[in-house]
Ligand binder design. Sequence first.
Ligand SMILES: [Zn+2]
Length: 328
Amino acid sequence: MSAQSFLFMVFSNLPALEKRFRLTGNGSEYTLRPIAVPVPNESLTLNGLLCTPAHRSGYYHDTVYTKERIVLHFTAGGLSGDMSTLTRQDYHVSVPFVIARDGTIYQLFSAKFWSGNLGGDALGNAANNQDKRTIGIEISNYGPLTPKPDGLQTIYGDTYCTLTQPDAFQKIPAPFRGQSNYATFTDEQYDSLIVLLRYLTTQYGIPRQFIPEPKRYLTTPDVLTFKGIVSHINYRASGKWDLGPAFNWSRVLTGVKAAAFTPKQSRDFELIEGPVLTSEEAMIPLLPQARSAAWEDEPYNDTEVRPVDVPEAVSESTQSGVIININK
Ligand SMILES: [Zn+2]
C-alpha cells in the first residue's frame, strides 16, 4: 500500500474531521453551546455540546411521552454525515444524543421529546409508539467492515483501515448477522456513554438494567415490556447490526451499575463561547422548530440518502451520496 492511499483511509482521518466539527460547528453548519448538566444524586456532570443546525428544523417532535427504555445504536458512519442524517429537514429520524469518537456528547434535542430511532418496521412501532417511549443514543461508528485485498472496507466501499491496525477494528470469534469485522469504539466513547446512561436512567426513571445475555443479541418481543437499556437489534430482525457482540457490554454494564463512576477524562468545552446550559429545560428555547404534531403517527422508512464523510483533502465536488438502508 502506498503512503498516499494510506492518507485517504477513513480511520486515519476521523480525528481531524471530528476536531473540525467540534471547533467550528462543521464550518458553521451547526451552532454549538456547552452543556454541563448535573447527574441527579451523584457527584457527576454530563458535559457535552448542544448542537443545533443553523438552517434545518423539524427533525424531532416536541410531544412528551413517558420513557420506558433507552436504545443504543451505532451510526454506521462518521460524525458529519451522522449529524446531517439525523437533522434532516422535516424528517423525523433522529436521536437526542450522538457520541463522537473523541467522547464529545452532542445533544440534538431534549430527551423528553422524541424522533424516529427504530424504523417503521421495528417491533411494536405502529404509530411510532416505541419511538415515542424510547430514548435513542447513537455512537459514531462505521459498523461492519468487509475484508478486501488492501484492507477493510466500509459499507460505502471506502477503505477503513489496514489489517495491521488492531486499534481500528475488532474481529469477533463467530460472525454476527453474517459480519465478523467491526469498527472499534474508543475509551472516550465508553466513558461518555456510561455518564450519559447514568444521567438518563435517573432523570427519566428508567431502571439501570440491560436485557440479559441470552437475548442481548436477539430480536425479541421481550423488548416491548422490558424497562431498561436495550439496543436496536432487539427491535429489528434484519438490516441492522447495532449493537452486537463487537461492543464492550461488560464495561458499560459495570460502569452503569457501579455505586459511583468517574470518567478517566473530564470533558470540558472551554473553547466554545457562551453561557453553559445546566439543564435540558434550558436547552428547549434554543432548539429549532419541532415538526408538527400532526405528523407524529406518520409511518416512515429509514432507507435514506446520506452524505459520506470524506477526507478533507478531497474536494467537495467529489462528495457523493449513497442509498443504503442500514444506517442509524
Ligand atoms: Zn440503529
